[in-house]
Design a protein around this ligand. Structure first.
Ligand code: ACM
Length: 726
């Protein structure tokens, strides 16, 4: 469904005298203001100004509503505005049209049946770049859906839509000089990307083939999208992928690949001068269509393999004195930048453009964590933070068991909200100025429909909007949560198929090694939420303890089960968490096997820190290895032990498997180990669902040393979160 188009005409310098005869409704307490993003400074006063929506949505100043462009307004933040609502009416001041536009969005959000609450708002965004990205290649989303997203983005003050227009899934934008890009490779044999990609019949099809899946935007479509966005103060950033992810181009124009044949490569042949003619021709047409200062040229995940044996690429490397193929990619990105600068534009690329040498004025999108962004900012380059661990909206947003199939990962809205785009521990204040903004990315390998797309984007995009706009010190999850909940029906009214938030309970642990106890806090996305819980592993019922902000600290073991109750009924599946302040906590551990530096969890004592992991191996609690785990816990004295356990997770999509078995050995002297038992895995290595197995050993041992050996049998990762010793 497309929203009614509002008119956002320019509002310059209209000043109308205040009327002495204004209508204000009787003062009432304002209970809650659900603005997202939260303004930088806001004072709520008692009372409402009665106004009807037509007056707000009219662009003209009126008797009670005054829109003023004030040249003395803070020029360092041109999107800022001031909004005062009192019994005199509504007064809006800003330095620019954009500032007035954002004040209007705030008014739209403030409007209730009672009128507009009296407020005194002085607002401006934290970052100039507030972006949402959409992959329209893996699955195509028609123009109408893009316009709908632009409406919602503007309501929440997001100002850049990054369109990933080209990739192996299909080329999505009409190009006059290269008509085969759309006539030959905008359509394919299968709509479901995964089936198509993995299938034997992975083929592109000519436009017009009956039953073919695909689509593209004509130049008129693009002009319409760009204009519609501009009316909403949104910039469209086009992304054209170079030099990788270009299988579709190399099908239509195989002479641009190293092999010269279709269906062989995804990387352009950089040794071929025709590649650069293509790049400049395409970028010229793109520049003509998109007024965006920034043009995105991709740069991510090039395979680079074909360049190593391609005579043309090798000849270029030799001529230019390049040491490796990274420099070939860098050569191409430098050329792209030279071209864009010659046209008065700026280049953005994914963080791989650092490899082989960054182009002199490039802006970097840091997606493989923050390191690329940190490095670039230190070098004086502008950076947009979009790290996968927080900002990927194609990842799961709740327990995968309850969700449509996704690419993996786990970025629930609370986790998204926790992200601060400025890595304050790694950058100086001066370097931090290069962090110009933040973006969330929505890749669509597993997202086929507009409904599903909206479900993945919302309400996470509301968290993004607030991260991007609101000062860090003004943000808190507990404050955001009720406002986010209140915005769910708002999104629904605007026709968005939003995720309506999970019924899961989060259990947040705090291990206190001084008091020798574990404190547990429960939290839910839903607000308000009646949470009831047990600590003995039984299913909570209506008569179980009502959660009121604390649970008695756990000094030994608790098996917490918690759930939300609504209308007297348990919602969803209770969340379970085992909590043990066990005897192994903080004891020394020695590893006989290799650790994997990327997945150390809390470090060397991660397996004995009391913290259990959650649903993702990326939550900093799970330690991962690419080999057997063989470790020895030193209890520091001979100890009577009766139970030892260790837990592993399985999620075979990203290559995380259960070990084949776990063996327990004990020793008094650390030299002579006695085998005490073996527990095999009970989970099939074909089981695709996220699963956990606890390997438990019961006995009666006197030992100082406890050794666990977990056998890796799938040539993949194994991940464990905690060894528990009683
Ligand atoms: C990316 O996710 N390949 C930028």
């Amino acid at each position: 469904m497309l929203l009614p188009k509002c008119s956002y005409k320019k509002l310059t310098g209209i000043v109308v005298a205040y009327s002495l005869f204004l209508v204000a409704c009787s003062p009432k307490e304002v209970s809650q203001i659900d603005l997202i993003p939260k303004p930088a400074n806001m004072k709520i006063n008692v009372g409402y100004f009665k106004v009807d929506s037509n007056q707000i949505f009219s662009d003209e100043s009126s008797q009670f509503i005054h829109y003023i462009i004030d040249d003395s307004f803070d020029k360092s933040n041109p999107e800022g505005y001031e909004l005062i609502v009192n019994d005199q009416g509504i007064a809006v001041k800003a330095g620019t049209d954009t500032g007035l536009f954002y004040a209007r969005q705030t008014l739209r959000q403030l409007l209730t049946d009672k009128g507009i609450p009296y407020v005194d708002i002085h607002d401006a965004p934290r970052f100039p770049y507030r972006g949402l990205h959409l992959d329209v290649s893996r699955h195509f989303f028609p123009k109408e859906e893009i316009l709908k997203l632009l409406d919602i983005m503007s309501y929440y003050k997001l100002n850049n839509l990054h369109m990933h227009l080209t990739d192996a899934g299909g080329w999505r934008i009409q190009m006059d000089k290269y008509p085969k890009l759309t006539s030959e490779t905008a359509y394919r044999t299968e709509s479901d990307w995964q089936k198509w990609w993995d299938g034997k019949d992975r083929k592109y099809l000519p436009e017009g083939t009956p039953g073919a899946y695909g689509g593209y935007y004509t130049k008129d479509d693009i002009r319409e999208i760009v204009a519609y966005a501009a009316e909403r103060h949104i910039n469209i950033i086009p992304e054209i992928e170079f030099p990788g992810h270009s299988d579709e181009v190399l099908f239509a124009y195989p002479e641009l690949s190293c092999s010269g044949k279709p269906y062989m490569n995804g990387d352009f042949c950089i040794g071929n001068p025709k590649t650069f003619t293509f790049m400049e021709d395409v970028l010229s047409e793109v520049i003509d269509l998109f007024p965006s200062e920034y043009i995105h040229v991709g740069g991510d995940e090039a395979g680079k393999g074909s360049w190593k044996t391609c005579p043309k690429c090798q000849a270029l490397m030799k001529k230019e004195g390049m040491k490796d193929v990274d420099e070939l990619q860098s050569y191409m990105i430098h050329k792209a930048e030279d071209f864009l600068i010659s046209k008065g534009r700026k280049l953005i690329g994914w963080d791989e453009i650092l490899e082989g040498g960054l182009a002199p004025e490039a802006t970097v999108m840091s997606w493989r964590g923050e390191n690329g962004g940190i490095k670039s900012a230190r070098m004086g380059h502008d950076v947009i933070m979009t790290p996968g661990g927080y900002m990927y909206f194609d990842f799961y947003q709740a327990d995968p068991k309850t969700q449509p199939y996704a690419i993996g990962g786990y970025t629930p809205v609370k986790h998204v909200y926790s992200y601060n785009p400025v890595p304050v521990d790694s950058l100086t204040a001066e370097e931090s100025k290069h962090i110009i903004g933040v973006q969330a990315n929505t890749w669509t390998e597993y997202i086929q429909t507009a409904d599903h797309l909206e479900y993945m984007m919302f309400p996470r995009a509301l968290a993004l909007a607030e991260i991007a706009w609101t000062p860090q010190e003004q943000r808190s999850w507990q404050d955001f949560k009720p406002r986010m909940n209140a915005n769910i029906p708002v999104l629904q009214k605007m026709g968005i198929n939003t995720f309506t938030l999970s019924d899961e309970i989060e259990t947040v642990m705090k291990v206190d090694t001084v008091k020798k106890q574990i404190e547990v806090v429960l939290d839910a996305e839903k607000y308000p939420a009646e949470i009831r819980y047990t600590t003995d592993g039984t299913t909570p019922t209506l008569s179980s303890t009502l959660y009121k902000g604390t649970i008695a600290a756990v000094k030994d073991s608790a098996y917490i089960k918690a759930a939300i109750f609504r209308d007297g009924k348990l919602q969803g599946t209770p969340t379970e968490k085992k909590v043990d302040y066990h005897r192994g906590i903080n004891k020394p551990i020695h590893y006989n096997s290799k650790l994997y530096s990327g997945y150390m969890a809390g470090g060397m004592n991660a397996l004995l820190d009391g913290y259990r992991g959650g649903l993702t191996y990326l939550d900093g609690r799970w330690q991962g290895y690419l080999n057997d785990l063989d470790c020895v816990v030193d209890m520091e004295e001979v100890t009577g032990i009766h139970k030892v356990s260790i837990r592993f997770m399985q999620l075979i999509g990203p290559g995380v498997f259960q070990p084949g078995k776990v063996e327990l050995l004990t020793s008094e002297d650390g030299e002579n180990f006695i085998p005490q038992g073996v527990v095999p895995t009970t989970i099939s290595n074909k089981d695709k669902d996220l699963s956990f197995q606890e390997y438990i050993f019961f006995g009666d041992w006197n030992a100082r040393y406890v050794r666990l050996k977990a056998t890796e049998v799938n040539n993949a990762f194994i991940f464990t979160d905690e060894i528990v010793i009683w």
